[in-house]
Design a protein around this ligand. Structure first.
Ligand SMILES: [Zn+2]
Length: 95
């Protein structure tokens, strides 16, 4: 599995080292990979529509309710609208 890093992060780490300009030159010579930054969200409900699931990133309604998601065997680990990965912890669970 390939790993991708931001050129800016690499240069920040190399800042102040003897290799900074050599690393910068190498990075400028590379072709940028076509990747999309992964967004993380969670399924949530609102008081007004407690039986509807919303994506916390794009706020688009995804499913009428969790039972419907299970019956249709729809993916629940990502939002089909924006692609956000549904692995963000629910802030309210710790309360
Ligand atoms: Zn979404």
């Amino acid at each position: 599995m390939d790993s991708y890093f931001r050129a800016r992060d690499i240069l920040d780490k190399a800042m102040g080292t003897d290799s900074y300009f050599q690393i910068k030159s190498i990075l400028l010579g590379l072709k940028a990979a076509d990747v999309v930054e992964m967004r993380h969200g969670r399924w949530m409900t609102t008081d007004a529509y407690p039986h509807h699931l919303y994506c916390s990133v794009c706020y688009k309604t995804y499913a009428k309710n969790a039972k419907w998601v299970n019956e249709l065997d729809l993916p629940t680990n990502y939002c089909p609208n924006c692609g956000a990965r549904m692995d963000k912890e629910d802030e309210h669970e710790a309360d």
